[in-house]
Design a protein around this ligand. Structure first.
Ligand code: NDP
Length: 282
């Protein structure tokens, strides 16, 4: 079997096109959706992500504000910036780019963002609401994975899914979302025994580990859907995923490439969440 490719770039572009008229309508009604992105320090990867997010917001006609702070910023100063954005009526969504410099408690800062403006979906209130199946801002990467899964047209009810990686921003919310799709979900991590066997039973495999090609193609159950969240540097400097792509594509029914799979969806979902925040507040 040769897998069909889930083209995240194309799906993200489709979603952006659908958002444009919504942004225009909100603007015409006097409330342009507003996104604030806060970057602290000089992590080069974070700077790239922040630029991509700001650029997409601008392309969609949204109001966007990028706040760049030095690495010497104190936690109190950052909290006060967040307070200002919480109170600012022009801002619907606030994103504080992580990682934050040493000395700043990330959880303390993310907890300070008003849940109604938490378009990254990291606030514990939104986490709790997600698990209770109540309206919530869902973290953008797993929400983007769900959009890609929908594009396969597969009926996932009762299917076995495995999520590899248990971070708060990808793995754990991914489990909640797959449960909502009526999958039977296994959450694997670095202490999981016999990962090859666990993956081999799964109809849906979501890899969110951060180790280049650690999921072997030979582990994949024939016909499985494989979603690769990982972004890793190859020895030649190019990007690669957590899944051994070519070998997995031989067995899977659908597969995401890296780059061009989940990555573009993360930004598309951030824009979707921001427009939703604006609609709620308009
Ligand atoms: P974390 O580092 O927070 O979590 C990694 C997880 O992988 C941990 O739960 C860890 O287990 C698990 N793990 C590590 N090694 C193994 C192993 N050998 N076998 C099984 N599990 C293992 O990562 P993130 O969730 O933040 O990100 C994961 C990947 O996704 C990264 O490559 C990141 O760059 C990428 N990413 C991509 C995004 C996108 O938009 N495309 C967005 C966000 C992340 P344990 O808990 O036991 O330590």
């Amino acid at each position: 079997m040769s897998a069909r490719v889930l083209d995240g770039k194309a799906v993200a572009a489709e979603m952006s096109n659908a958002l444009r008229p919504q942004v225009a309508a909100l603007s015409a009604a006097g409330h342009t959706p507003g996104l604030a992105v806060v970057l602290v320090g000089d992590d080069p990867a974070s700077a790239v992500y922040v630029r991509l997010k700001s650029r997409r917001a601008e392309e969609l006609g949204m109001y966007h504000r990028q706040i760049t702070l030095p690495a010497t910023t104190t936690e109190a100063e950052l909290l006060s910036v967040v307070d200002g954005l919480n109170a600012d009526p022009a801002i619907d969504g606030i994103l504080v780019q992580v990682p934050l410099p040493a000395g700043i408690d990330k959880d303390r800062v993310l907890d300070q963002i008003l849940p109604a403006k938490d378009v990254d979906g990291f606030h514990p209130v939104n986490t709790g609401r997600l698990w209770q199946r109540r309206a919530a801002f869902v973290p953008c990467t797993p929400a983007g994975v769900v959009e890609l899964l929908k594009r396969t047209g597969a009926d996932l009810r009762g299917k076995d899914a495995v999520v590899i990686g248990r971070s708060n921003i990808v793995g754990k919310p991914m489990v909640a979302l797959l449960e909502q799709l009526d999958c039977t979900v296994t959450l694997a991590h670095s202490r999981t025994r016999n990962l090859a066997e666990v993956v081999g039973r799964a109809d849906v495999v979501i890899a969110a580990v951060g180790v280049l090609e650690m999921v072997k193609g030979a582990w994949i159950k024939p016909g499985a859907i494989v979603i690769d969240v990982g972004v890793n540097k190859r020895p030649d400097g190019k990007l690669g995923g957590d899944v051994e792509y070519a070998a997995a594509a031989e067995r899977a029914s659908w597969i995401t490439p890296v780059p061009g799979g989940v990555g573009p969806m993360t930004i598309a979902m951030l824009m979707t969440n921001t427009v939703r925040a604006a609609s709620t507040r308009a």
